[in-house]
Write a protein that binds this ligand. Structure first.
Ligand code: UDX
Ligand code: UDX
Length: 441
């Protein structure tokens, strides 16, 4: 049992801290946001993440997990301090490190015993060394410490499962003894642990996310070609995936990747590459295709409905992906903004993200459920593939729409079934089953 402190109780920090507590460690979770901490003390979660609330409650009750806003208290007994603050996109596409700097300075100021600082946030290559410099500068008196990079690979919506079932743990440090001690914390997870230097570990995170984003843009490009040639990309991806060298994961075409990680990580990697004099051509293509995927939805709507000015469009699903309330870089909301700019009335529904949307996108008219959403709409756009959308009564939905038009940005529905119900249906990259046929009448 070790004493662990996590800094930041967002999507990464709260999951990491809580799951380490569940492994039997004593965890203090700190956040500078007082409301978040007060709420957590009362059992109110700051984020929606399946399964998390129960584990938080269990570990608070067992006195393995507590919350604070006070750095001195949080670090009093700490052996390991995990930095899990956000690293949002800066103005030029670089990672904005102000929160990491604040966390490092605050840790240094109250550091009175030896500890290992573990960086979980996604940070540019070289940040680990920079964090060590900041800590040295701000310590009131020199206290030994080590910095270890331990990038997170948690997907929102399945973060708890991902924590307990990692494919690997990557650790980077110049201090091998410190890396070994962090490795010990991860032994119960029974996954391969790779120890390397700091910069390589930081790069593994960017390269992994950029590769996954590349797969998505690749399959989206194939989808567009399928559409033009009359093939079905879902089946193409399935057929490709059986090849073990390719695999089935991350080959779903749709509205392009979103979220708080892929868009900013690909951009930050390209930015780093350029600053250091290399030309990341592939990364630029990946980003270009991703933006185009959102626009394809608008083009399909225009093709089917003509001028969108004055039309009412319903967006089914608003979070950036299913099983989360996170709307950061949500393709659904980028599509909503484009529709709004074209003069359409935009309606929306999401099982978890509507509070966030109400605050940030007041022009989106929110509906209580998918059936209310469809009322008198000229088209439905499926933007987030929530499982519960699959079971909707599509005849009922079609019955209340002004025009039975669906642009399925996630290929969630069966084209033939919808067409049998009288819908004009367009999926993504489904030339044969969807677009071409309905287009040809
Ligand atoms: C994380 C990572 O850390 C980021 O690098 C990665 O790429 C994506 O996931 P995330 O957990 O999604 O970020 O961030 P967020 O949900 O915004 O949570 C950050 C938390 O840190 C917030 O609760 C914020 O209040 C807190 N914070 C921020 C601090 O406690 N101290 C600070 O100085 C700044
Ligand atoms: C990602 C990483 O996967 C995770 O390891 C960590 O680094 C944080 O960032 P996350 O952004 O939470 O996780 O979700 P993920 O499941 O990776 O999806 C990212 C985006 O890609 C979503 O918008 C999703 O809908 C989209 N996606 C994913 C596709 O369009 N097609 C796919 O086949 C898979």
């Amino acid at each position: 049992m070790k004493n662990i402190t996590v800094i930041g109780v967002g999507y990464v920090g709260l999951v990491t801290g809580t799951c380490f507590a569940d492994l039997g460690n004593r965890v203090v979770a700190l956040d500078i946001n007082e409301t978040r901490i007060e709420n957590l003390k009362q059992g109110i979660m700051p984020i929606y993440e399946p399964g998390l609330k129960e584990i938080v409650e269990r570990n608070v009750k067992a006195e393995r997990l507590r919350f604070t806003t006070d750095y001195a208290e949080a670090l009093r007994d700490a052996e390991f301090v995990f930095i899990c603050v956000g690293t949002p996109e800066g103005v030029d596409g670089e990672a904005d490190l102000r929160y990491v700097r604040m966390a490092a300075e605050s840790i240094a100021k109250v550091m009175d015993h030896e500890m290992i600082i573990v960086n979980k946030s996604t940070v540019p290559v070289g940040t680990g060394d920079w964090v060590a410099d900041i800590i040295r500068e701000h310590q009131p008196r020199p206290v030994p410490f080590a910095v270890v990079s331990c990038p997170e690979f948690l997907r929102e919506g399945s973060a708890v499962r991902d924590f307990f079932n990692p494919d690997r743990t990557v650790l980077g440090s110049t201090d091998k003894e410190a890396a070994n001690r962090v490795a010990q914390l991860h032994l119960p997870l029974r996954a391969p642990i790779m120890i390397t230097d700091l910069r390589t570990a930081e790069m593994i995170k960017y390269a992994s996310n950029a590769f996954l984003a590349t797969r998505i843009s690749f399959i989206n490009e194939i989808a567009n070609i399928c559409e033009a040639l009359g093939a079905d990309v879902k089946e193409v991806a399935q057929g490709m995936g059986y090849d073990k060298r390719i695999g089935h994961h991350f080959l779903e075409s749709g509205v392009g990747y979103g979220g708080s990680c892929f868009p900013k990580d690909v951009k930050a990697l390209a930015y780093m590459a350029q600053v250091h004099g290399t030309n990341p051509e592939l990364l630029h293509a990946v980003m270009g295709i991703n933006q185009m995927q959102r626009k394809q939805i608008i083009i399909k709507l225009q093709d089917l409905l003509g001028d969108l000015n004055g039309k009412t469009i319903a967006i089914l699903g608003l979070a950036f992906k299913e099983n989360t309330d996170d709307i950061r870089v949500s393709p659904a909301l980028e599509i909503a903004e484009m529709l709004h700019a074209l003069g359409a009335t935009v309606r929306g529904y999401d099982p978890a993200a509507m509070d966030h949307v109400a605050r940030a996108y007041p022009f989106v008219q929110l509906a209580a459920d998918p059936y209310e959403l469809a009322q008198a709409c000229d088209a439905i756009v499926v933007a987030t593939p929530w499982n519960e959308f699959k079971g909707l009564d599509m005849a009922r939905i079609g019955g209340v729409m002004r025009q039975k038009v669906m642009v399925d940005g996630r290929n969630l529905y069966d084209a033939e079934r919808l067409k049998a119900l009288g819908f004009v249906y367009r999926g993504v990259g489904r030339g044969y089953n969807g677009a071409l046929e309905s287009h040809n009448g």
